[in-house]
Design a protein around this ligand. Structure first.
Ligand code: PMT
Length: 223
C-alpha cells in the first residue's frame, strides 16, 4: 500500500543566511516511515532538514520550506492510501525575503510574518484526498479539545496529540506520550520510545484504514 509521511521541521528564509524554524528532529516521522516500510508498504517520506539517516526501504523527497512541502505533498498525495502528517511545519514565514544579508544595526528589527499554507488542512479540500488521513497536534494546553478541533476541521480519521510542554517527550526526544483522538473514541497511549510507539501507531493506522475501506466498499476484505 502507498503511504506518505511528512516529517521534520521547515525552514522559512529571512535572508540568504538566516531562517525561522523549530525544534523538530524528525525522529517521530522517520520512525513511522520505517515502521510502515518494515511491514512491506511503499513509503514516501517528505521531510524538512534533519540530521537523521534515511530509513531502509523508504523513498525520500527532501524539502526545505512549508511552500516546498505543500508542493511536494500536492503532487504525490493522489496515489496514496494513507497520509501521515508528523512534520512540524512553520505556521508563519517572513512576508518578504531579503535579497542580501540583512545588515546589523543598533535599531530594533521588525519582521513581518504571513501564514504558510496549511498542508494537512488542504488534504481533503484542495488535494481531494479520500484515503486515511492522520494529523498530529502539538499542544501546550487543552490537548484533547485542540486535537478534536483539528480532527473535525481538517477531516482527519485520527489525530495523534502530544503535550509538548511536558519535559522529556515530544520535540527532539527519543520518547513520546500521545493521546489518540478519533471521531468515535479517545485513547491515551503510555510513554514509550518513538521506535516502539511508531509500531503501535502503524498497527492502529492500518486498522483504521481497513475499517474505513471495508465500510466504504463492503465487498472488499482488504486494501
Ligand atoms: O520531530 P520530533 O523531534 O520527533 O518531534 C515530534 C513532533 C513533536 C514534531 C511530532 O510528534 C508532532 O507533534 N508533529 C506535529 C507538529 C505540529 O506542527 O503540530 P501542529 O499542531 O502545529 O499542526 C497540526 C498538524 O497540521 C500537524 O499534522 C502538522 O504536520 C500539520 N500542519 C501544520 C501547519 C501547516 N502549515 N501545515 C501542516 O500540514
Amino acid at each position: 500500500m502507498n503511504v506518505l509521511v511528512t516529517a521534520g521541521p521547515t525552514r522559512e528564509a529571512i535572508d540568504p543566511v538566516r531562517y525561522l524554524t523549530n525544534r523538530s528532529s524528525g525522529k517521530m516521522g522517520y520512525e513511522i516511515a520505517a515502521a510502515f516500510a518494515r511491514e512491506g508498504h511503499a513509503v514516501l517520506l517528505v521531510s524538512g532538514p534533519t540530521a537523521l539517516d534515511l530509513p531502509e526501504g523508504v523513498d525520500f523527497l527532501p524539502v526545505e520550506s512549508a511552500a516546498e512541502m505543500h508542493d511536494a505533498v500536492s503532487r504525490q498525495i493522489g496515489r496514496m492510501r494513507i497520509a501521515v502528517f508528523a512534520a512540524a511545519v512553520a505556521d508563519y514565514r517572513p512576508l518578504r525575503v531579503a535579497d542580501g544579508k540583512i545588515k546589523k544595526s543598533k535599531q530594533p528589527l521588525t519582521l513581518e510574518l504571513e501564514p504558510t499554507p496549511d498542508i494537512l488542512g488542504s488534504a481533503r479540500t484542495e488535494f481531494g484526498f479520500r484515503g486515511t488521513l492522520v494529523g498530529f497536534a502539538a499542544e501546550t494546553s487543552d490537548l484533547e479539545a485542540q486535537a478534536r478541533d483539528k480532527l473535525v476541521r481538517k477531516g482527519c480519521d485520527l489525530v495523534v496529540a502530544n503535550d509538548v510542554s511536558q519535559p522529556g517527550i515530544g520535540f527532539d526526544s527519543d520518547v513520546n506520550e500521545v493521546l489518540l483522538v478519533r471521531p468515535d473514541r479517545i485513547e491515551p497511549l503510555p510513554r514509550a520510545s518513538k521506535h516502539e510507539l511508531a509500531r503501535t501507531l502503524v498497527r492502529i493506522m492500518l486498522e483504521i484504514h481497513h475499517e474505513k475501506t471495508n465500510v466504504a466498499n463492503p465487498s472488499c476484505t482488504s486494501d
